[in-house]
Design a protein. Sequence first.
Length: 157
Amino acid sequence: MGYKKKSLKEKLSDDKGLPKIIKIEGKMTKKWGTGTCVIPAPREVDEIMKKVPKGKLVTINQIREKLAKKHDATIGCPITTGIFVSIAASAAAEELAEGKKKITPYWRTLKTKGEINEKYPGGVEEQKKLLKREGHRIEKKGKRSVVIDFERHLVKL
């Protein structure tokens, strides 16, 4: 019998026992200090991304801060939050391909310093097109593409 690979939508809705709060210890303290870290559930990340209205933006760090506050943790896990942002983006693209109109507007979620996420479906060019359609301007900074004055468009979480 063959193993059926999970769709991205299924991955997004599989909480795998998350969210979970862990103590920051050992090697992690060098990078993140002390305290606690929340490993969010994938759908929590997607829910925050869904709330960003047209013309507005959010950064992955803002999402991490919101999750940390929600779970009374010192930080939101940078690794899992980044992974779940990518899964949410790919699940949204999957839904779009199936004809769904209202999807998670993943292109509004930027990396630190307003950088466009090259790992999103369609790569940087697709994100630029979608962001420009919503009135944002983009410039190249070295190899990176960033939204000009992105701070002025950040949503308050």
